[in-house]
Design a protein around this ligand. Structure first.
Ligand code: SAM
Length: 250
């Protein structure tokens, strides 16, 4: 799978993309993640990507023209200089030569909430483009001309779309074959439908050695060697936890 990220802070992604399973998947070619500096599509000396909001008010808004030109280049695998500074129709209209634009996700608090189901849906794509906003957000015309999807990582506001894009990358790529060592893992965890009952549950509690921690032991069934009993216990625990904490999932 190929993922392109558009951001004004490309350095932000160095850690997340080179660490652990994502780093391994990038190194072995399972994932091809390309981070682009949005400022490469600016044309002024100060590499400006924002301006004051029409209608007044606090903060700055990211410019639609910079976003549209950047997306057009990334979609078409063109260098920044091919589209930077483009204005006016038809060149000003974002398009992809020879086909539909790849799924282009604009991270925004007003977007569709990210769920395991959406992560699985996005994982089925060959390509994703992730757009990270900053300041007060992005000019509405870029929402219209660039985004195929608007996605939120929760009902709260963070400083920028980078952390949200990293969440999307992790949630999505867990479902890409070859990214996780153990192929069964993404189907056997919280929010995934159980293969046997189809229920969507939180995961059961987990334990490992040592068997005693400051007077706290391990449920006996887990050391019984009875795999059937362990499976039933885990299912019961998952149901009980889900009922208590997230009844909306049942
Ligand atoms: N003024 C915006 C609002 O009230 O909805 C918030 C802008 S926020 C400070 C700057 C950027 O962070 C957004 O453009 C978006 O890319 C990102 N962001 C903030 N919260 C987010 C969330 N819950 N989900 C996805 N992206 C978010």
């Amino acid at each position: 799978m190929r993922i392109d990220v558009l951001t004004i802070f490309p350095g932000w992604f160095e850690g997340p993309l080179t660490t652990s399973l994502l780093g391994k998947a990038a190194a072995d070619g399972t994932l091809d993640v390309r981070v682009h500096d949005l400022r490469d599509w600016t044309t002024d000396r100060h590499r400006t990507v924002d301006d004051a909001p029409y209608g007044g008010g606090a903060g700055m808004v990211m410019r639609a023209d910079v976003w549209i030109n950047a997306a057009e280049a990334v979609w078409n695998d063109l260098p920044p200089e091919a589209t930077a500074g483009r204005t006016g129709p038809p060149e000003g209209l974002a398009h992809v030569a020879g086909g539909p634009r790849p799924r282009t996700v604009l991270l925004t608090p007003r977007g569709r909430p990210l769920t395991q189901a959406l992560a699985r849906e996005l994982a089925a794509e060959d390509r994703l483009v992730l757009c990270c906003g900053r300041y007060e957000g992005i000019d509405e015309r870029a929402h219209e001309l660039v985004a195929t999807d608007e996605v939120s990582v929760g009902d709260y506001v963070v400083f920028g779309g980078e952390v949200a894009a990293a969440v999307v990358i992790e949630a999505v790529t867990r479902h890409v074959p070859g990214v996780m060592g153990n192929a069964a893992s993404p189907v056997d965890e919280s929010f995934s439908e159980r293969l046997d009952t189809g229920e969507q549950l939180l995961e059961h509690p987990q334990y490992t050695r040592p068997s005693q921690v400051r007077g706290h032991g391990v449920p006996e069934v887990l050391t019984s060697g009875d795999h059937g009993a362990v499976g039933r216990w885990r299912h019961d625990q998952a149901r009980e936890l889900t009922e208590r904490r997230r009844p909306d999932l049942r």
